[in-house]
Design a protein. Structure first.
Lengths: 282, 310
């Protein structure tokens, strides 16, 4: 009896230790980022302190106003919002027929598989031709170039998520509307869209966060603050010869706060999206 | 209480009930009218870059055909093999670590944490690292590993583990470890979430029966749970392998591929050939090679993935 209790005690200690170490490894880096972002410039030149001595919001002011990063923030929001609109519109046009209308199963599977294969396309492999295309179309250094590419790269996620949401809405609801004399468009707009709204919001949030994080294309296809997105600005602070640590940390906090806040809303669907529906929340 | 489960598709798909032949053909026509223009446009937009990449890879800047010269140059560049080696090493560090840690954590929570509230909290917390922009994670890593201001050296020195500065980012092996640690930090929660969801699909009866028969936690895992997790391991492995080829942001921020070429992964290498050496032909040849490789890998693995097909 005593041996068993001891074994349970050891197990409990192991469990608590495991959770504790993990919590520390995740919490400390984030704490350190925020702590650094609250330090004044004077404090940077003293020895390292684990807590900011005189917490100040001065670095945030310096990043957003003095360095003019609020423009990049605005660009990011515009690019991401436009990406969400384009991706969801195209995604609906593609998923509506394959989920709501009777089509040969081979077509459904073909479309879905093709979308899935796009997910595995390494961006860096198409960077070279896209750069040439964007140059030719003379949309280099314009948000529209990013919107187009982000929409394309997020389309696979959108198709698979929307397919999941649309397939869950009973066909009968739309058919009832059709019997009552509504045409397809009305029944789509009045019956299906309201029912699919939560799913659409989730997909929108996830596409927004993915577009928000994108860095490679933004780095390559933009050149001036007029069209750069926020991650490019963050990168600019990092690779200078003399790094202003508190400004860099503040820009990092701003960059991650937007998706973190959005994810509290859409967390239920993120894992389903990332695994193309294999993992679902019940 | 919501819970996360793995939904593996049934081997045979069920057909939606048809509603008469005439009705179906009219619906089908409508479906094609909506689908074809959209799919056609997207298909063309997606395909143009591939064709263009192939074209760029067999021509010089002025448009004259050069045959396979760009490919021979790409393949004879020793830096290419450095990049392959770095990418391989990165994958070898990152994939097993993430899978083992994620599995361990999923088993730990599955077996030991029974309170639904705590499980839900862990779920939310595990989702969060997945959406932090890699650029921001790179910034955090920089604050931790950087020479001079890095907090890791400060902590190690004040605890007394080391007295000299450890060069996390300028020693080739340590730099690779630092870069890999960022990936592990960000993506272990993904493995955890997938495997934890998979563990929820294991039938309670078979576990209880095994426990009655005196199964230890290891035999229970080895002979029951592992069976249900197997397709998910494949999914994780394939998704994460494809992701290793995409890794760019945090490495770019943290080491820029250095010291030397120690952390210059394939993606950074292609970027460098195109935008630092301005060698479009060679970069296009590399891009085509990567596309061919990923297509082969994809066609080999995709059939085995536990994805819903109908």
């Amino acid at each position: 009896m005593r041996g068993r209790r001891a074994a349970i005690g050891v197990r409990l200690i192991l469990i608590v230790a495991g959770l504790g170490v993990a919590a520390f490894l995740y919490a400390f880096p984030l704490y350190w980022l925020i702590a650094t972002s609250l330090k004044s410039k004077a404090e940077l030149y003293q020895s390292i302190t684990l807590f900011p001595r005189h917490p100040t919001l001065e670095p945030y002011f310096s990043v957003l106003v003095d360095r003019g990063f609020w423009v990049l923030l605005k660009n990011s929001v515009i690019v991401c919002a436009a990406t969400v609109l384009v991706t969801l519109a195209v995604g609906l046009v593609i998923t509506y027929p394959i989920t709501r209308l009777s089509v040969p199963p081979r077509l459904r599977v073909g479309v879905l598989n093709w979308a899935l294969s796009l997910r595995f396309l390494p961006p860096v492999a198409v960077v070279v031709p896209y750069f040439a295309i964007v140059r030719t179309l003379q949309i280099y250094n314009q948000p529209i170039a990013l919107i187009g590419i982000y929409s394309l790269f997020n389309l696979p996620f959108a198709i698979w998520m929307l397919k999941g949401f649309l397939a869950e809405i009973p066909l009968e609801l739309e058919e009832a509307a059709l019997v009552d004399g509504a045409n397809r468009w009305t029944s789509f707009r009045r019956v299906l869209l309201p029912l699919a709204a939560p799913g659409l919001m989730a997909a929108a949030t996830i596409v927004f966060t993915f577009a928000w994080s994108e860095f490679l294309f933004a780095l390559i296809l933009t050149a001036t603050p007029a069209s750069q997105t926020f991650p490019v600005g963050v990168q600019g602070l990092v690779t200078q010869f003399e790094i202003i640590w508190n400004d860099m940390a503040a820009s990092g906090v701003i960059a991650m706060s937007v998706p973190l806040v959005l994810m509290v809303v859409a967390r239920k669907y993120l894992v389903a999206g990332l695994t193309f529906g294999v993992i679902r929340e019940k | 209480m919501s819970r996360l489960v793995a939904e593996l598709p049934a081997p045979t798909g069920t057909k939606p009930a048809g509603t008469g032949r005439r009705r179906r053909s009219r619906q089908e026509r409508l479906a094609y009218t909506i689908l074809l223009p959209a799919l056609g446009t997207v298909f063309v937009i997606v395909t143009i870059p591939f064709v263009l990449a192939i074209w760029q890879s067999i021509t010089a800047d002025d448009g004259t055909l050069v045959g396979f010269r760009n490919y021979t140059r790409a393949l004879s560049n020793p830096l290419f093999y450095d990049a392959l080696r770095a990418t391989g090493l990165y994958a070898l560090i990152v994939l097993p670590t993430e899978i083992l840690l994620g599995l361990g954590f999923a088993l730990l929570v599955h077996r030991a944490v029974k309170r639904a509230g705590l499980r839900a909290t862990l779920y939310v917390l595990a989702v969060l690292p997945l959406v932090v922009p890699p650029v921001a994670v790179g910034v955090v890593a920089r604050l931790i590993y950087a020479p001079g201001y890095g907090v890791l050296n400060y902590v190690l020195q004040s605890v007394g583990i080391t007295h000299s500065e450890i060069q996390w980012l300028s020693d080739p092996l340590l730099a690779m470890g630092s870069v890999a640690s960022v990936d592990i930090w960000q993506w272990t929660p993904f493995v955890y979430l997938v495997l934890f969801a998979g563990l929820q699909t294991v039938p309670k009866e078979s576990v209880e029966a095994a426990q009655v028969d005196g199964a230890t936690w290891w035999t229970q895992f080895r002979y029951i749970e592992l069976y249900y997790l197997r397709p998910l391991f494949l999914l994780i492995l394939f998704f994460r392998m494809a992701d290793v080829l995409r890794v760019f942001d945090h490495v770019f921020i943290l080491t820029g591929g250095g010291p030397g070429t120690a952390t210059q992964l394939l993606s950074l290498y292609i970027y460098r050939i195109e935008f630092r050496f301005f060698d479009g032909g060679q970069a296009a040849a590399l891009a085509v090679l990567v596309l061919v490789a990923i297509s082969i890998l994809y066609s080999l693995v995709t059939r085995a993935l536990p994805l819903e097909r109908a």
